[in-house]
Design a binder for this molecule. Structure first.
Ligand SMILES: C=C(OP(=O)(O)O)C(=O)O
Ligand SMILES: [Mg+2]
Length: 422
């Protein structure tokens, strides 16, 4: 069956926030097709690849994606028709060259990513392989530990706590299927705990609860209560992970947190206190995207005890990660395909991280679609960890459900690392 690209299609669709994004389809000469939809962030890092928006205020307040769609159809498609979909690296290099800018601002990283991922899907379909197997080969056997974001704050929910994500992490589960059950049971129990304390059970952008709490620490206490009430041991069965998203708190060299303006050292001390008191295994973006000195201190202080993940800090970008490695900053990287804009660059970043013993956590965006590619990518790369929201919004649950299917397909070969993933 020919794997030569014959046709590329694209259109504007909506994401889980009701905002426009785009999807792309790639059709191969032999008849196989691939499809991918592009996610979109809210707390975006300044160094992310450029997401092209139309700017026409009369449509979606200027947030439309028709220009990016048109760039796929009229600029990228004529150049890639005739290329072999099996040569993912060649295709992605070509996309980058056609755009010609360092951050994909001419054609849009959203345009490039749609084509890049849809091509991988088409190639795997042509070979009759699931995407995780096509990209990962025979060693794609590790199911990621899911980090369920059960309390949403910061930029993902209005009027509540400063910290963006409070996640529960089933490190003691024996398999992915059981990890999903642990998570869903604690999530259901948390609903009851909130209800009993007359706290709101409405949800935020990633499907976690967004109650109006007095403090960030109250969220940690609620998590521990829910874990225990559901019959699990905090730490041993279910640990906690945070995404502070501290870039959002940072202004004029200080961290604005709970009505105080803190220096990096003071903010690190506050985080360290939580690490002392709660079963925290991972802290993402504990400090801001450009506070490299603060990050060095944070890594010295806590890097030996917990995973420190760079999201806005590294933006899935090899050069930013290399700088972090050189400076001894963080010990893990968050992986978001649309922060960098092609599959090849995503895989290269994960490989660089691995060579330097930095762990990788696969991640969704706060604006998502029904596309589940990241589930397959997590398994293909053996990264061992994924965060893709809570258990109450279909665009999040879809990824977890895809992991169930993959686990089933792998049968006895499936591995779940639990605590060893951190
Ligand atoms: C998933 C996240 O949010 P967003 O997509 O809004 O950047 C994050 O910050 O890790
Ligand atoms: Mg983040």
């Amino acid at each position: 069956m020919s794997t030569v690209i014959e046709q590329v299609r694209a259109r504007e669709i909506l994401d889980s926030r009701g905002r426009p994004t785009l999807e792309a389809e790639v059709v191969l000469r032999g008849g196989a097709t691939g499809w991918a939809a592009v996610p979109s962030g809210a707390s975006t890092g300044s160094f992310e690849a450029h997401e092209l928006r139309d700017g026409d205020k009369a449509r979606y307040g200027g947030k439309g994606t028709l220009q990016a769609v048109s760039n796929i159809l009229t600029v990228l498609a004529p150049e890639i028709v005739g290329l072999d979909a099996l040569d993912q690296v060649g295709l992605d290099r070509r996309l980058i060259a056609i755009d010609g800018t360092p951050n994909k601002s001419r054609l849009g990283a959203n345009a490039l990513l749609g084509v890049s991922l849809a091509t991988a899907h088409a190639a795997s379909a042509a070979l009759g392989l699931p995407l995780f197997r096509y990209l990962g080969g025979p060693l794609a056997t590790v199911l990621p530990v899911p980090c369920f974001n059960v309390v949403n704050g910061g930029a993902h929910a209005d009027n509540n706590v400063d910290i963006q994500e409070f996640m529960i992490v089933p490190v003691g589960a024996p398999s992915f299927r059981e990890a999903l059950r642990y998570g869903a049971e604690v999530f259901a129990t948390l609903r009851g705990v909130l209800h009993d304390q007359k706290l709101g059970t409405g949800i935020g952008d990633e499907g976690g609860f967004a109650p109006d709490l007095k403090s960030n620490q109250e969220a940690l206490d609620l998590l521990v209560q829910a874990i225990e009430k559901a019959g699990y041991r905090p730490g041993a069965d279910i640990a906690i992970a945070l995404d502070v998203a501290a870039t959002e708190l940072y202004k004029d060299g200080q961290y604005h947190f709970e009505q105080q303006a803190l220096s990096a050292a003071e903010f690190i001390a506050a985080l360290a206190k939580w690490v002392d008191s709660y079963p925290i295994v991972s802290i993402e973006d504990g400090l801001a995207e450009d506070d490299w000195e603060g990050w060095q201190q944070l890594t010295e202080r806590l890097g030996g005890r917990v995973q420190l993940v760079g999201d806005d800090l590294f933006v899935t970008n090899r050069s930013r990660l290399q700088k972090g490695i050189d400076l001894g900053v963080a010990n893990a990287i968050l992986i978001k395909v649309n922060q960098i804009g092609t599959l090849t660059e995503t895989l290269e970043t994960i490989a660089l991280a691995g060579r330097h013993r930095y762990r990788s956590m696969m991640s969704h965006r706060s604006g998502e679609t029904e596309d589940v590619t990241i589930a397959d990518l997590a398994v293909a790369t053996r990264c061992g960890q994924i965060k893709t929201g809570s258990l109450a919004r279909s665009e999040r649950v879809a990824k977890y459900n895809q992991l169930l299917r993959i686990e089933e397909k792998l049968g006895d070969s499936a591995e779940y690392l639990g605590q060893r993933a951190f």
